[in-house]
Design a protein. Structure first.
Length: 333
C-alpha cells in the first residue's frame, strides 16, 4: 500500500486496531526497502566500443558488488542520452557520467552526484582536445597558430567531427571555447560537420583520414594508446582546453539510505590500482552538485550566444529569453 495514500485515507476516519496494524506493516516495509533491491544497474557511458569497455568494467563492477552486498551490473549504452533516460525511468540506479550529461540527469532523472573522479596524475579534472592526422598537411599551420584559431580561420574548407551532443569534452567545452567565444556557428561554418558518436569513433575517424579535425578527451587518447597504439600514433593534438571538472559518480536520490552509504564508502575508499589504472584514474573523492556549476555556466553562456544569433524570433522574445538565462546564471554564481 502506498504510505502517503494510506495517511490521507486515515484522516477521514478514526484509526481502528486493524488500521493501526496495516500502518505498522507499511512502516515495516519502508524500513526494509533495501530487501526489494536485488541488483543495481550501473550506467556506463559510450566513450568507447562495448568490447573495449567490458574488460575495464567487469573487475570494477565485481569489486563494487562485493562491497555493496548485491550484484552490480554494468549498463552499457551507445549514446550519452541513453544512460540519462535509463536513469530517468528507473532502469539505471547509479552511473559514471560526464559533466554535461550529469547536469541533464540532475534536472530530469533524479540524479545526485556524490563522488568525483581523480585522474591518474592527481588532478580533479581532464581536458578536451582538437586532433588531426599526423600526416595531414594542415597539421603544421594548426600547431603554429593554435588549432582553435586554425579552425575558425579555415572552417569552410574543413571536415570536422564532434563526439556526441551530450559530451562535455567532445562537444560542450570545444563548442564554447572555440565557437561561442568567436561568434561562429559550427553548424554553418564547416565544409562538412558530423557527430561521430563517441571518443573512440572520433579518434578512428582522424586516424583513417575520414575527417580533418575532431574532438576528444585526453583520457580517451591515453586509453587508445593501450587499446589501439597504431591508431594513436597517427593522431596529433592541436588544441587543449582549460581544465574540465572531473567526472561525477551519481545515484538516484530515491535509493535507500543504506545503499547510498555503501556506494559512498566504496568509492571514497577504493584504491585498487590494478583495476583503476586502465581507467586513467587514481581514485574518487567526495563531491556535491555544485562541483559542476562550471559546466552549467558554460552551457548557459552557449545558450545566450545562440539566442543572440537567432533570427526567427522577435527582439522582445529574444531579450526575455536572454534575461531568463542570465537569471539562471546568477542563481548558479
Amino acid at each position: 500500500m502506498d504510505r502517503r495514500l494510506f495517511i490521507q485515507q486515515a484522516s477521514l476516519f478514526t484509526i481502528t486496531l486493524a488500521s493501526a496494524k496495516m500502518l505498522s506493516a507499511c512502516n515495516s516495509n519502508a524500513d526494509n526497502s533495501n530487501a526489494a533491491i536485488k541488483e543495481i544497474n550501473f550506467g556506463v557511458l559510450s566513450t568507447e566500443s562495448q568490447s573495449n569497455q567490458k574488460p575495464l568494467w567487469e573487475p570494477f563492477a565485481a569489486a563494487m558488488s562485493q562491497e555493496i552486498g548485491i550484484p552490480i551490473k554494468p549498463f552499457y549504452v551507445t549514446q550519452y542520452a541513453a544512460v540519462v533516460e535509463a536513469m530517468r525511468f528507473g532502469k539505471v540506479q547509479a552511473a559514471w557520467l560526464g559533466g554535461k550529461s550529469y547536469i541533464t540527469a540532475a534536472k530530469i532523472a533524479n540524479a545526485e552526484a556524490f563522488a568525483q573522479v581523480v585522474s591518474a596524475d592527481g588532478a580533479r579534472g581532464y581536458y578536451s582536445h582538437l586532433i588531426t592526422n599526423a600526416n595531414n598537411p594542415i597539421k603544421a599551420e594548426a600547431i603554429a597558430i593554435g588549432g582553435d584559431q586554425y579552425v575558425i580561420k579555415n572552417a569552410a574548407n574543413l571536415t570536422f567531427a564532434f563526439n556526441d551532443p551530450n559530451s562535455t569534452s567532445g562537444f560542450l567545452v570545444p563548442s564554447y571555447y572555440i565557437f561561442t567565444k568567436n561568434n561562429v556557428d559550427p553548424k554553418k561554418a564547416f565544409k562538412r560537420l558530423i557527430f561521430a558518436g563517441n571518443h573512440e569513433a572520433c579518434a578512428l575517424a582522424i586516424a583513417n583520414n575520414q575527417v580533418d579535425i575532431a574532438t576528444i578527451s585526453n583520457e580517451a587518447l591515453s586509453r587508445l594508446e593501450r587499446t589501439n597504439p597504431t591508431a594513436r600514433q597517427k593522431i596529433e593534438i592541436i588544441w587543449q582546453s582549460p581544465l574540465i571538472p572531473g567526472d561525477p559518480i551519481v545515484y538516484r536520490q530515491d535509493l535507500p539510505a543504506d545503499i547510498k552509504k555503501k556506494l559512498q564508502d566504496f568509492f571514497y575508499n577504493y584504491k585498487d590500482a590494478s583495476v583503476l589504472t586502465p581507467f586513467e584514474v587514481a581514485g574518487f573523492v567526495q563531491a556535491e552538485d555544485k562541483n559542476w556549476h562550471t559546466i552549467r555556466e558554460l552551457e548557459i553562456a552557449k545558450q545566450i550566444q545562440e539566442t543572440q544569433s537567432q533570427e526567427n524570433i522577435s527582439e522582445q522574445e529574444k531579450q526575455q529569453k536572454i534575461a531568463d538565462l542570465n537569471q539562471q546564471l546568477q542563481e548558479i554564481q
